[in-house]
Design a protein around this ligand. Structure first.
Ligand code: GAR
Length: 193
């Protein structure tokens, strides 16, 4: 059984889809939700779905090894970022090399980098008059939105789109693909330590 930890800062709609995708199966389980934001709606979803959660502070995350120790104590072997807004520190990257995935709501390398999250991304896409956008699932490294790309899917951007309508279309794509791509990724390293 693979043990997944999801990091999320906001609503958690992707986290919910991932929890449900693996629930009752034998490949993986979502063991815990971690958040930097005590008000994040993802924590309500975790309660409803009966998944334990942990809220942590900036100092804990960046200046101690507590989060790595906690994840190791739970036997976590995959970290999934789902709307997580903080850069992952090097101690966590080293402890989970090649085993941290993120989803970005645009077609990287375009519209990525610091400050490019949530509605900021969709506003930038619309302002650029791009005719397509999409999602990118990628490995996480020490630079925002930079690691190896594992999967992309596209959608149209319509002339009358605003950030909200585009975000809705992107969320649908994310829900359709993120759980499945996590499953595919897990199967690819199932036999590695
Ligand atoms: C998702 O669209 C995700 O791609 C984006 O935040 C949203 C979270 O939605 N992530 C980023 O912008 C990371 N740079 P959710 O909380 O409903 O899953």
């Amino acid at each position: 059984m693979n043990n997944i930890a999801i990091f999320a800062s906001g609503s958690g709609s992707n986290a919910e889809q991932i929890i449900q995708h693996f629930s009752g199966g034998s490949l993986a389980q979502v063991k815990v939700i971690l958040s930097n934001n005590p008000k994040a709606f993802v924590l309500e979803r975790a309660k409803i779905l009966d998944v334990p959660s942990l809220v942590f502070k900036r100092q804990q995350f960046y200046e101690t090894n507590q989060i790595v120790d906690f994840l190791k104590s739970l036997g976590i072997n995959l970290i999934v970022l789902a709307g997580f807004m903080w850069l992952v520190p090097s101690n966590l990257l080293m402890a989970y090399q090649g085993k941290i995935v993120n989803i970005h709501p645009a077609l990287l390398p375009a519209f990525g980098g610091k400050g490019m999250y949530g509605h900021h991304v969709h506003e930038a896409v619309i302002a650029s008059k791009a005719r397509k956008s999409g999602i990118t699932i990628h490995l996480v490294d020490e630079v925002y939105d930079h690691g190896q790309i594992l999967f992309q899917a596209e959608c149209e951007v319509f002339p009358d789109d605003n950030a909200e309508s585009l975000a809705n279309r992107i969320h649908q794509l994310e829900h359709q693909h993120y759980p499945q791509q996590i499953e595919r990724f897990l199967r690819s390293f199932a036999h590695r330590p």
